[in-house]
Every structure is written in structure tokens, then in C-alpha cells.
Ligand binder design. Sequence first.
Ligand code: FAD
Ligand code: PYC
Length: 403
Amino acid sequence: AFRQHTGWGRAWASPEPRKSYDVIIVGAGGHGLATAYYLGKRYGIKNVAIIEKGWLGGGNTGRNTTIIRSNYLQDPSAAIYEKSRSLYETMSQDLNYNVMFSPRGVMMLAQTEHEKRGYLRTERANALQGVETRFISPAEVKKLVPIINLDGPRYPVLGALWQARGGTARHDAVAWGYARACSAMGMHVIEQCAVTGVTSENGMVTGVNTTKGHIGCKKLGIVVAGHSGALADMAGFRLPVESVALQALVSEPIKPCMDVVVMANTVHGYMSQSDKGEMVIGGGADGFNNYTQRGSWHHIEETVRALVETFPMVSRLKMLRQWGGIVDMTGDRSPIISKTPLGNCFINCGWGTGGFKATPGSGYAMAELVAKGEPGPLAEAFSMYRFREGRFIDESVAAGVAH
Ligand code: FAD
Ligand code: PYC
């Protein structure tokens, strides 16, 4: 007789909110959950609520194309992205949850002389930073990616920046694994509860108004990606961040044909193959501010047209699904992990098109900031006040995705 699985417990509890907590984190995406996880694990702070307006991981965490790499140019970026990449290596063991980390290698194609010079510079910077990357020849590109067309009609492949230890992971599992670990530490993950206001007294945060009533806190962490501007507004300050849509699409599943990740940043397309066989594809971000989680039609067309030049086989594929997420873009394409003008209120945002790879490192650094009230070495360069002081961390090339 057919028997269903039985006895499967819930991975995380669904409690009603308490009157107050030591720490409230707004946003149960990967970054918010990772912050809570490290607050408990590294600082023993467990009287924590993570408040989510929708469902856990339903924001950009569950919408991204899962590329993990740390081949950035500037020292503070290389430090935090490399820390993050290394945390991915042990994440499944740390959380006892299979996040399917697949270090299959990531390559960024150089398709103009300018791009080639840029990647050679990054290769040398990475060598000094202890990040293993290598500029490889067109012949090596072809060996790693047999389906590529090196002589593209507009842009030939002149080589690539190759990070063998980069790769992908299962994005939902990252959120679910952290949520389970937080719940097991006694933290409250509160879904379907939107924060609608931030309350304060004498310049110090006292709590949040939510669709489930007021919830008090001693410290507040705002980790809401594309909605950071809205939350900052509630807390009484302005952020140098814009919100735009970034979209992705997947093809029908096909036989294994490409076992590395390829980004073609000049033509605005990138592609990997999922374990199911779908080709996972993305392009540039929309050029106008918006909060719709879908993206514009012309971007899909431009992305696929660009990829067809480099991967002619794409022209034979049927596309199955398309979706979008709202990404939070700073002017220097680097994140913000910062104190704010409101006392005991901290913000983590600005990861833009590239924060999935940063999830564990970001949580690690944000937890230190929230616990100690001051940034540690990984976060200190990423203060929001750098925009006032002109200390930009320019990563417009390494961000990869055109914006
Ligand atoms: P989110 O997962 O968006 O979490 C924020 C949460 O805050 C959301 O769940 C939201 O519902 C919640 N929230 C918002 N407002 C409120 C409120 N008022 N009250 C309560 N909760 C609220 N990065 C990479 O490194 N590699 C990639 O390959 C990659 N590809 C991408 C492809 C696409 C199509 C997109 C959209 C993004 C991509 N990114 C990629 C970027 C990456 O997804 C994000 O930078 C990262 O996931 C941000 O994580 P987060 O936890 O901060 O945000
Ligand atoms: O940051 O590597 C990245 C990325 C790839 C696709 C979207 N973001």
C-alpha cells in the first residue's frame, strides 16, 4: 500500500511575537537570517526576532541566480566576499543542512581590450589579497566551456578571469538552513508581519510598529535589500540607495552541457546549468527605479540576444520561467553595513545585484556591529557615511552585472 512520509517536524517554529526582544532584525532574507544566526552563535544573543513581511526567503534570496565568487578589486570587498565564500565551503556542515554548495568555478569573459586590462588588474590585486584567481587564455576558456563561440560576431573572447573556487549554492536552502538554526536557538522567526514604522525615544530606537502591533527592542537591524529606502524613511534618515528590478530566466531542462558558471559582462549575459538541467540566465538591471518584482520585457530579449552570440546553442532553447527581484544599488556598487543617525539602529543593504554570494560574510559582519555597537574589521569600510566623506569603494567592474 502507498505510504506517505510521516513524522516530519516543522523546520522552524511560527510563534506569536513577544512584547519585546533584545534585538529585532527586519527582513528574513539570507542576510537578516545570517545576522541573527551569528548573533546567537558568536555573541550568545538569542532573545531575537526576525520579522518578515512576506514569506521567508521570498525576496532576492529566493530570486537570485546563486553565483558565488570573491574576485573583487578593492581590499575591503575582497576581504568580506572571500570570508563569505570560505563560509559557504562549510555551511552545510555548520548548519547541518545541505545547501548544495557547488564550487564548480566561475569565469568572467574578457570581450574587449579594456575588459581584458581590467581583469588582469583584478588578477594581480586578488593575488595580493589572497584570493585565488587566474586570467586564462581563449584556449583554456574553450576547454572549460566547449559550447562557447570564441569568435562572437561583435565581441570575440580574449580570455577570462577564472575563479576555480567560486560556484553556486541552493538559495532557498541557505535561508531555510539559517531559519532552522535560529529557531533551534530559541529565536522567533515571524513571517507575514510587515514593519510599518520605527519608534524611538531621545534619539534611541525603542521598537517597531508592525501589522501585528508594536514590538519593542533594545537594538534594531534593518536588512531589507530593495526596501531599505522605505525602512530608512521610517527610521528618520535618508540612504544613498536606489531600488531597481533585476530579472532572470530559466530554460527547459537539457542534458548536462556546461559545468562552470560563465559571465559575459560586456554583452550583459550570464549563464550556468542547474542540477535539474535548466540553463539559468540573467542580464543587466532595469535602468529606472521601481518596486515591481518582474522587470521589463526588452531586457529578456537583450539578454538572450547577447547570449546567443557567445553560446549559439541558446537559440534552440525554450525558456520556461522568468522573474525579477528589487535590488538596492549604491553609487559605488559596494554595500552598506553601518550605524545610522538613530541610536542602536543599524543597517545592512546596498548589495545590489551581487549579495547572494555575500550572505554568510554579511551576517557575520553585521552581527558583530549589532552586538558590539561598533563595526569590526570586515565592516568598517562599509559605513554609509563614506558617501558624505568621499571614501568610495568602487566596484562597478567587479559587480559584473551591468547597472
Ligand atoms: P532579501 O532576500 O530581499 O531579503 C529582504 C527581506 O526583507 C525580504 O524577504 C522582504 O520581504 C523583507 N522586507 C522588506 N520590507 C519589509 C518590511 N517593511 N517589513 C518586514 N520585512 C520586510 N547575488 C549574487 O551574489 N549572485 C547572483 O548570481 C545573483 N543573482 C541575482 C539575480 C537576480 C534576478 C536578483 C534579483 C538578484 C541577484 N543577486 C545575486 C543579488 C542577491 O539576490 C541579493 O543581493 C541578496 O539576495 C540580498 O539578500 P537579502 O537577504 O539582503 O535580501
Ligand atoms: O554578482 O556574480 C554576481 C551576479 C551574477 C549574476 C547576478 N549577480
